[in-house]
Design a protein around this ligand. Structure first.
Ligand SMILES: Nc1ncnc2c1ncn2[C@@H]1O[C@H](COP(=O)(O)OP(=O)(O)OP(=O)(O)O)[C@@H](O)[C@H]1O
Ligand SMILES: [Mg+2]
Length: 322
């Protein structure tokens, strides 16, 4: 969808065409662009770029908000059960909308399983936990998930298996889950951008999953020299995910790999990759580790208002549960 960009201050038809050609098709893209990005387009001065951005921000209602407005916005937060009461409990009730929740851990720790379960639970009415007024009728109608799969580990059979154990129709879950296989970081970012279009064309996207956030970046940007570029791109990707969460009241879940900490004399020997960029953008951060048998331990750390704590859950053929 293309907005009528000539509504912006200082933008006539020819500038509008140039903006659209450069990919700035709607107000939101311009509102969240930097001056430097817009001045890369021929004929747009710094001053003009600044005016457009401010104009777009006003149109998108992205300005200062009062604390009271923010409190009103918090009232629309809703939650989705992870499948484990223990895990929900340390999350203060479940996975939270309007924020990004990260699950990091080594291979086989259960990150992908948690993601699959979230897609299934989204279709299960009693797993949607909300306060009054959190979601209106339209938002409750056929909620859909987007699963950006960068590792090729999305398994429809597993979705069906988990759905059946909850007595819900596996086919319905699959119908309401858009899966996009991203083979590189550009595709991954593009798919994230396309979510906005899915929403505009009437899909009620309420859950966005990126599994995994960092693997493509890690493969493509190797070596110190590429680090700044990688972090910049990752930062843009996270900003976009945050925006989706905020503007559309979605739950955003990301998985992350871990790397050994070279300076680990004390404390954890491993840390989630992606550095501060990912750390700041994610609201809730979990470490998953394997316990005995099918047990898993989830450690919540780095949350803005919840204490650090641990939960134990299980992964069986039924899915995630206590
Ligand atoms: N159908 C199933 N029944 C029981 N347990 C299962 C089933 N499918 C997966 N699991 C459990 O989940 C584990 C795999 O977890 P998962 O794929 O979520 O790991 P991950 O953290 O995503 O790993 P990676 O870093 O490799 O992506 C398996 O080792 C197994 O213990
Ligand atoms: Mg996985």
């Amino acid at each position: 969808m293309v907005d009528n960009l000539t509504e912006l201050p200082g933008v006539g038809p020819s500038t509008a065409d140039k903006l659209i050609e450069a990919g700035y098709t709607d107000f939101m893209k311009i509102a969240t662009a930097t001056i430097g990005e817009l001045t890369d387009i021929e004929g747009i001065s710094e001053k003009a770029a600044a005016r457009m951005i401010m104009g777009a921000r006003e149109l998108c209602d992205l300005g200062f908000k009062s604390g009271a407005d923010l409190l009103d916005q918090r009232k629309t937060v809703w939650r989705l059960s992870t499948g484990s009461d223990e895990l929900d409990r340390i999350l203060n009730g479940g996975l939270e909308s309007q924020s990004i929740t990260e699950f990091a851990g080594i291979f086989g720790s259960g990150k992908t399983q948690v993601m699959h379960q979230a897609c299934v639970n989204l279709q299960c009415e009693d797993k949607l936990l909300m306060n009054e007024g959190a979601l209106n009728e339209d938002e409750l109608k056929e909620p859909k998930a987007v699963y950006i799969d960068t590792e090729g580990t999305f398994r429809p059979e597993r979705i069906v298996q988990m759905a059946e154990s909850l007595d819900i129709d596996g086919q319905k879950v699959l119908d309401n889950t858009f899966v996009a296989r991203a083979y590189n970081s550009d595709m991954q970012m593009l798919f994230a951008e396309k979510i906005e279009e899915l929403i505009k064309s009437g899909n009620n996207i309420k859950l966005v999953i990126v599994d995994s956030l960092t693997s493509t970046f890690r493969n493509e940007y190797t070596g110190r020299g590429k680090l700044a570029e990688r972090q910049q791109k990752l930062g843009r990707h996270m900003a976009l995910l945050n925006k989706l969460a905020d503007l559309h009241n979605c739950i955003v879940l990301i998985t992350n790999q871990v790397a050994a900490r070279p300076d680990a004399f004390f404390g954890a020997a491993e840390q989630a990759i992606g550095g501060h960029i990912v750390g700041h953008a994610a609201t809730f951060r979990f470490f998953l580790r394997k316990g005995k048998g099918d047990k898993r331990v989830a450690k919540l750390y780095d949350s803005p208002y919840l204490p650090d704590s641990e939960a134990i859950f299980r992964i069986t053929e039924k899915g995630i549960h206590d």
